[in-house]
Every structure is written in C-alpha cells, then in structure tokens.
Design a protein around this ligand. Structure first.
Ligand SMILES: Cc1cc2nc3c(=O)[nH]c(=O)nc-3n(C[C@H](O)[C@H](O)[C@H](O)COP(=O)(O)OP(=O)(O)OC[C@H]3O[C@@H](n4cnc5c(N)ncnc54)[C@H](O)[C@@H]3O)c2cc1C
Length: 619
C-alpha cells in the first residue's frame, strides 16, 4: 500500500476490513463472487487514477477554470480534465455499484464510496462530472419506461453522455415547491418543457457529447407545492430512432457562475423551451417528481458528505507533510531549531484534524455498509434496521461532515501559517472548494429539520433513533474491559444527554411548540455529529487497543519511538488509538456546551423580529 498526499489508505483498509468486516457482505448472493483481493484491486486502481490523473489537473481547474462562449452557449472545461475523466469512465467507476445485468460491475456501495474519497480528494470539480452520470442513471434505471431506458442508459453507461439534476430556480431554492417550470403534454406522449434553472452543476461541458437533464416541472393544471411536481428527462440533443444523436433540443446554457471554489465545475444557468420546442420524457408517473428526485437527492447528500471528508483528508495530509518540513522555533527550551510538527500546539491541530477526518471516514463507510445490507439482505428485520441507520445518518453525513470540513480545512491553513493563505500551496483551494458543501444539496438548515422532524421525532415509534441508540449502547458495553473508563464515560453520558433532549423535544412536539423545535434543529444536528463521531472512535478503540498492545507491548520512551519509526503497523495502531482518545477526551466534551444551549430553550431567535437587526439598509 502506497503513501499518498491525499488519503490515508491504511485507514481506509482499517475501517473497511477490520471495523466493518466488509468480506461478511459476501454472505449475500449479490456479492458472493467478490473477495478482499477484488476490493483491494479496485481501491488501488482508484487511488492510482486519482493521484496520477485527478490530482494532477486539480490546480489547473482552479486557476484556469472554464470558458463559456455566449454565442454557442457552450462550456469548455480545462483540456487536462479530458484524459482524467476518460480514465475514470474507462475503469468503470461511474457504474461500479450497478449490477452486471445493467452494465455495471456490481460492487458494494462501501467500495464505491471509498473510491469516491480518492477521486474527490484528487479533484472534486472533476469528480462531480463523473458522479452526476451515476446519479441520473440510477433514477432512469429505476423509474424509466423501457423506451426511456433504451434511449438513454447505454450511452450513459459507456460514459459518452453526462447527467445533471435540475431543481433550483431563481425563486425556488430551499422551497422547491415554489418552482415555475412548466410541462405540457403532447399527442405523442412527450411533454414540452419551459422554464429557467439556475446553479446546475455539470449543466454544460465538453467532456461528453450529450447531457441528460432530469428536470423538475409542473404539468399544466397540477396543484401548487411539491405535490404537483413531476420529473422529466430532457436531453441536450434529441435522439434518433437508431440511437444516434439528432437535432439540438430547445434548451441552452445561458451562463456559468463565477464562484469562490469548485472553479472547474460548470455551475450553469439553463433555459428550457425559449422557442416552445423543448422535448421532455416523463419519468415514473405524473406528480411523482419529488419522490423520484429524492432517490437522487439522498444519494447526492451522502456524496456531499464524502466530498467534505475527501477535501478535509487532502487538507490534513498536506498539513502533515508541511509541518514535518517547516523549521521554526525550538520545541524544547534551549533545544535545536525544530520542525513545527514538534510544537505541542501544532500536534494539537494535527490531532484535531486526524481524529475528525477518521470520524468522517468511519461515518460515511458505516452508512455505505448499511446501504449494502439494505439492498441485499433477504431478511426483513435486517433490512429494516439497516434502513433506519441509513435514514437517520444521511442528514448527519451531509450536514455534520460539511460543517466540520470548513473547520478542518481552515485548521490546515493555520498549520501552514502565512503560506496557508497564499495560492502557492493547495490548502486554501481545499477550504474554498468545501464551503459550498454546507449550502448545496439542501442547506444544512434543511438537513437539520429533516433529521429532527422526519428522521427522529415523527419517525413511527422513533424507530430510527431507537436503532441508533441500540448500536451505541452495544459499543459502550463492548468497550468495558478493553477501553479505559475515562474514554467510555463521556460517550455514555453523551448518549444519556441526547436521550434527555429527544424526550424534551418529543414533549414539545406533542404540545405543538413548533417554534421551540425549529430554534433547536440546527443545534441538535451540530451536537449529534460529534456524539456519533465519539461513539465511532470508541468502537474503533475496542479493536485498535488490543492490536496496538500486541505490536508495542509495554515499550516506553526511546524504545517505543524506535519501534514506531521502524514498524508502520505499530505506528498506525498507536496513532489511531491516540487520535480516538484525543477526540473523546479533548474534542468531544464541547458537546456538553452545545447540549446545554439546547436545554436552555432560549426563545430570542423566535421573538426577534426583522426590525431588531438595526444598522443595515432595509433594501
Ligand atoms: C456551486 C453550486 C452548485 C449547485 N448545484 C446544483 C444542482 O446541481 N442542481 C440544483 O438543482 N441546484 C444546485 N445548486 C443550488 C443549491 O441547491 C441551492 O443554492 C440551495 O438549495 C439553497 O437555495 P438558495 O440558494 O435559493 O438559498 P435560499 O433557499 O434562499 O436560502 C438562504 C438561507 O435561508 C435559509 N432558509 C431557507 N429556507 C429555510 C427554511 N425553510 N428553514 C430554515 N432556513 C431556511 C437557508 O438555510 C439559507 O441559509 C447549487 C448551488 C451551488 C452554489
């Protein structure tokens, strides 16, 4: 296993094969032909393409960006993106988890998620073009008529055609139900689409010869709000009967955004039906648009968490290398000039980043593993439990990890000192690239409401939460006797505190105190992410402590340092134990401050009218 500047591959293997015991998925028919070496080969290939191709053109995308031609309405991505994009597609990563019958490879989602960390750490803007094909293919494969599937899937599967997801409009962002795009049914069963979509990722580009847009619109006469929304497949080029590209559909890209980050990805404004001739094909049934788009959005939300994890990882890994090489000051009084990695405060920053990135990785892969069970197990109870885990953790993966990535990437800049603020080093790009992750795919406020209301309080019997609690309690019990109580007690106390909060919120719901609940939805989400992280770290300690003891024994001082310098495995387990202990004892207790804020039920945000925000002009 090679060392790389983006992702700790040893840690990926630890989580997949030691913590989650991924090979046990082979008990399911779907995965019976895969073994560890097949998984390892796939991860190694992902790592190689991510490093050699994606990472190699990451700065090019950021510095030179995209070219939009207002005459042709076309967007050129950096030339360097083309070869890397093809390498990803030709290796089949965009269809890794599709079944062989559908034209894919049929690997577990856990492996495609781990591979996605490599690609996103290499070049997030470029990975988005690849991932959007996967997302659009999923909903076409599930909900398309035979005609629609035959028309679009083969060329998407081969990566010749790209995809998007088109929800947002100028006056419909978080409030998707306010959209104005319209659809009118034609005699031949197709629909004519009119409307404007904005902020559409991958919306126009020259990596592919056609772009397949899933578009939310309202059929004339259908009800207002989300209930009246349908979804249509709108290709950039129409398709001839023989499957070849036909004439240009009546839709164009009218411009691209100039953004803080993700500068290699075309965030496009799209205009549909300016000449009344934009053809769309209904997906599923009329007025099922939100249900279908949710399938795509749920996957995209999880993927946003993976983007955040990947950018945090790349920032952290660069910070380690910089801290090892930058000489500044003396770490010991009257000692020699030292690399900054020897200063206690720099080690503290690195431990914060290391433990947070590892928690992010455990969380995304734990969720992916349960997706694999959910879609493969023949046992109804097992599927029900796995579904509960996926449902409750999806908003935490999206919101918790994206919020944390902004802090982790900022901390990486801090490790670099003044150079962290300069474009000479890549860390400032990671911070700029990750900021949008708390905004798109539904802002983190919307994720928090989803977590609090749909996933916990209004979930029938609060089953999702009960399953999560059961899993956490099992870990606490298992840790006793292996892990020092100093690291178990905070997690146990944290779970009890969360339980008190959920009980309080359930009462507020019964009493109709909705405003009080809304005042605490983001604080609840922001408290749950560190608690879940602490729990996952405790779980990992139950494995890493015995392994570390077996490798390091009772060695102390210089002998221990020598062993860790010579033995990579001993160093890995020792470092993993330290970061888990650091997280639980030095980082996680901030949770209790957050939960005290929630328990205070302060009503200021409820009663503050817009007039109390004085000083700024009203318009
Ligand atoms: C780089 C980029 C790529 C994107 N890619 C896509 C894409 O591919 N497809 C697509 O359809 N869209 C895409 N978007 C759009 C993105 O999903 C929206 O920007 C996002 O949903 C927020 O909508 P808005 O910008 O209109 O903000 P608003 O909805 O106006 O929100 C502004 C603020 O108000 C808060 N707010 C709004 N409503 C509520 C509420 N009910 N409760 C509490 N707080 C609320 C929000 O949390 C936010 O803080 C992209 C955006 C960007 C910047």
């Amino acid at each position: 296993m090679s060392l790389n500047p983006l992702v700790d591959s040893r840690d990926v293997r630890f989580i997949l094969f030691e913590l989650l015991e991924l090979e046990k998925l082979n008990r399911f028919e779907k995965y019976k032909d895969f073994d560890r070496s097949a998984y390892e080969d796939t991860l190694e290939l992902a790592e190689k393409i991510a490093l050699d191709q994606f990472y190699a053109c990451n700065a090019d995308g950021d510095k030179n960006g995209l070219q939009f031609d207002p005459k042709t309405h076309e967007v050129k991505v950096p030339e360097s993106f083309h070869k890397a994009f093809r390498a990803h597609i030709d290796a089949g990563f965009h269809s890794l988890s599709f079944s062989p019958e559908e034209g894919g490879i049929g690997m577990p989602s856990s492996i495609s998620m781990a591979a996605a960390e490599y690609f996103n750490a290499g070049n997030t803007s470029l990975t988005m073009y690849c991932g959007s094909i996967t997302g659009a293919m999923h909903i076409i494969a599930h909900f398309g008529s035979e005609e629609v599937k035959n028309m679009f899937l083969p060329q998407m599967m081969s990566g010749e055609w790209g995809g998007t997801m088109c929800l947002t409009e100028p006056s419909a962002g978080s409030d998707v139900g306010a959209l104005k795009s319209k659809a009118v049914k034609q005699a031949d069963g197709t629909y004519l689409i009119t409307g404007q979509k904005i902020f559409i990722s991958n919306g126009e580009n020259d990596l592919v010869s056609n772009i397949i847009h899933p578009v939310l619109a309202r059929i004339e006469g259908d009800p207002e709000g989300t209930k009246g929304i349908s979804i249509f497949i709108v290709p950039k080029f129409l398709i001839n009967k023989d499957g070849s590209l036909g004439e240009r559909n009546d839709m164009v890209c009218t411009g691209i955004e100039h953004k803080m980050g993700l500068k290699g990805n075309a965030t496009s404004s799209l205009s549909f039906g300016d000449n009344g001739k934009c053809v769309g094909y209904l997906l599923g049934n009329e007025r099922e648009g939100m249900k279908i788009m949710f399938m795509l959005m749920n996957a995209a939300r999880i993927h946003t968490g993976v983007q955040a994890e990947a950018l945090s990882s790349a920032a952290y890994m660069h910070a380690i290398t910089y801290a090892r090489n930058r000489i500044q000051g003396e770490a010991k009084p009257k000692g020699p000039k030292s690399p900054i990695i020897e200063h206690i405060d720099v080690k503290r920053m690195l431990l914060y980043m290391k433990s947070t990135v590892e928690a992010m990785r455990m969380l995304t892969l734990f969720l992916a593993y349960h997706e694999d069970i959910m879609y493969s197990s023949p046992l109804a109870d097992e599927v029900k439990e796995a579904t509960a885990i996926v449902e409750i953790l999806t908003p935490i993966v999206k919101a918790g990890i994206s919020d944390a990535s902004w802090l982790v990437t900022a901390e990486a800049m801090q490790v670099y000192g003044g150079y962290g603020y300069c474009q000479e080093y890549p860390v400032e790009q990671y911070a700029r690239d990750c900021k949008v992750l708390s905004i798109y795919e539904g802002t983190n406020a919307i994720q928090s409401l989803d977590l609090q209301m749909r996933k916990i309080l209004m979930n029938p019997g609060q089953y999702n939460y009960a399953i999560l609690k059961k899993r956490m309690t099992e870990t606490i019990d298992k840790a006793k006797g292996i892990v020092d109580d100093k690291y178990i007690a905070p997690v146990e106390k944290g779970l009890k505190t969360l339980d008190d909060i959920i009980t309080m919120m359930s009462t507020q719901l019964m009493e109709g105190k909705i405003a009080a609940l809304f005042a605490n939805s983001t604080p609840l989400q922001q408290a749950m992410f560190p608690l879940i992280s602490a729990w996952l770290h405790l779980w990992s300690l139950t494995i890493t402590i015995p392994k570390m003891k077996a490798l390091v024994g009772d060695l102390k001082g210089a002998d221990r340092r020598k062993l860790l310098a010579d033995n990579a495995e001993a160093a890995y387990y020792s470092g993993r134990v330290m970061s888990s202990q650091f997280f639980i004892a030095a980082e996680f207790p901030k949770f209790f401050g957050k939960t005290e804020c929630i328990m205070n039920n302060d009503a200021t945000a409820i009663f503050a009218t817009s007039d109390v925000f004085t000083g700024a002009p009203k318009e």
